[in-house]
Write a protein that binds this ligand. Structure first.
Ligand code: ATP
Length: 274
């Protein structure tokens, strides 16, 4: 049922080993983990631990992965909700879900709440016309979220992580001090970072010595981490279809052809004017 999509508590098995090439974000991320693991180091000095961290970056750059890795490293429960799930809901349901989510997270504190696609509930007024669905519902969900953020105590052991592709669309109310006032920016990976991401996704695969990671990184400018994960899996599927015992450079080249063709199709659909 739809309700099952919400308020999922998970024990995250993801750790920093699964996340590559995010050196830029590393400091902030480690800090969040430390807040959750050693809150008394901060509270004994009278410090207020941040409540909300906004992760901003293009699709597939690892925002969800990183949120799960923070929960995994801190060894705390992970509660998640996706903003886009509210768009088709009846008025009042979104707000009560938000309330439930925070109640559960507080009961299980220390814990992480992750709100994916927060832009679908937290768009600034001027931009809302672009989206279909009930604005009333969005508004009441957003208001409940702001109420919850303001209502829980700093140092309650709950940290709320939110993700968006478009920080410019967000209602400024979300970004005020005491709310999502910390930001982690993720970018598309550069060549060195792509190599590191390939390493992570090649790790579980049976590849033969013809596969050259630096070459693959060089062939994939503009790819996100999610695209790279796709290339690796597609290569494995191709090799399996060819009844091979290991994955070769040629399987990767054929996978790349496919993924590039798919990406080109997708970008034509998304931006027809280009
Ligand atoms: P979206 O904005 O589309 O929700 P996202 O930024 O949340 O995307 P994820 O869902 O975290 O992206 O990434 C999808 C998958 O891509 C991950 O599960 C992982 O397999 C791979 N991936 C993305 N970034 C990285 C990375 N930095 N290191 C390793 N794998 C990555």
């Amino acid at each position: 049922s739809k309700a099952m999509l919400f308020n999922k508590e998970q024990k995250s098995k993801v750790t920093f080993k699964d996340v590559a090439g995010l050196d830029e974000a590393a400091m902030e991320v480690k800090e969040v983990v430390d807040f959750l693991r050693n809150p008394e180091d901060y509270t004994k000095l009278g410090a207020k631990i941040p409540k909300g961290v906004m992760m901003v970056g293009p699709p597939g750059t690892g925002k969800t992965l990183l949120a799960k890795a923070m929960a995994g490293e801190a060894d705390v429960p992970f509660f998640s909700m996706s903003g886009s799930e509210f768009v088709e809901m009846f008025v009042g349901v979104g707000a009560s879900r938000v309330r439930d989510l925070f109640r559960q997270a507080k009961e299980k504190a220390p814990s992480i709440i992750f709100i994916d696609e927060i832009d679908s509930i937290g768009q600034s007024r001027g931009n809302r016309a672009y989206f279909s669905g009930s604005n009333d519902e969005r508004e009441s969900t957003l208001n409940q979220l702001l109420t919850e953020l303001d209502g829980f105590e700093t140092n309650s052991g709950v940290i709320v992580l939110a993700a968006t592709n478009r920080a410019d669309l967000l209602d400024p109310a979300l970004l005020r001090p005491g709310r999502f006032d910390r930001h982690i920016y993720l970018e598309l990976p550069n060549i060195r970072e792509r190599e590191a991401i390939f390493q992570v996704h090649l790790r579980p695969l049976k590849i033969d010595p013809s596969v050259d990671v630096a070459f693959l990184a060089g062939q994939t400018p503009g790819f996100s981490g999610a695209d790279i994960a796709n290339v690796c899996n597609e290569a494995a599927l191709i090799a399996a279809r060819r009844k091979k015992d290991s994955i070769s450079r040629q399987d990767f080249l054929d996978s790349l052809d496919r993924i590039v063709a798919g990406l080109e199709r997708k970008s034509k659909v998304i931006s027809p004017e280009e």
